[in-house]
Design a binder for this molecule. Structure first.
Ligand code: DQA
Length: 145
């Protein structure tokens, strides 16, 4: 099975950026451990700071992959284009946030994309990506909704 992880703006700085909020591990290091934990999954990773490129990637994989995990970063709170892209594809999408967005500034409490996603995980650190993987694997095996 194939799962695509898509990270949005500033997430290329993980490990260096606001480490008290996002931790000190880079996504590349975390990805290696994630691949080892899920050896049966073909796991692809894409990161962009550009909104339209995130939309393009959703279109590219959204009719053939078994699952998408997206952390749209700040675009979560602003992007009608990403909302529409998720709504327009067939592959199930799980929204992930490393920090607990509800424990932070009020402008982070609103997500424009959750309504088009299967669900949302927030506040579990990088482990949120692994939890999303579990859900998508169960779903592709027909064991969950
Ligand atoms: C984030 C939360 C967003 O509000 C923020 O803009 C990010 C990261 C998270 O993973 O906690 O860039 O999506």
């Amino acid at each position: 099975m194939k799962i695509q992880i898509i990270n949005g703006p500033n997430l290329n700085l993980l490990g260096k950026r606001e480490t008290s909020v996002y931790g000190s591990e880079s996504f590349e290091t975390f990805l290696e451990t994630l691949k080892k934990r899920f050896p049966a999954v073909e796991l692809e990773y894409y990161q962009s700071n550009v909104e339209g490129e995130l939309v393009n990637k959703l279109h590219d994989v959204g009719f053939s992959y078994d699952g998408i995990i997206i952390n749209a970063g700040a675009y979560t709170h602003t992007s009608v284009a990403i909302h529409d892209a998720i709504g327009g594809i067939k592959t199930p999408v799980v929204e992930v946030h490393i920090s607990n967005v509800y424990a932070r500034e009020e402008f982070r409490h609103k997500s424009l994309i959750t309504s088009k996603c299967a669900g949302m995980l927030t506040g579990f650190g990088l482990e949120g990506y692994a939890l999303a993987m579990h859900y998508l694997i169960q779903k592709s095996e027909g064991k969950s909704q």
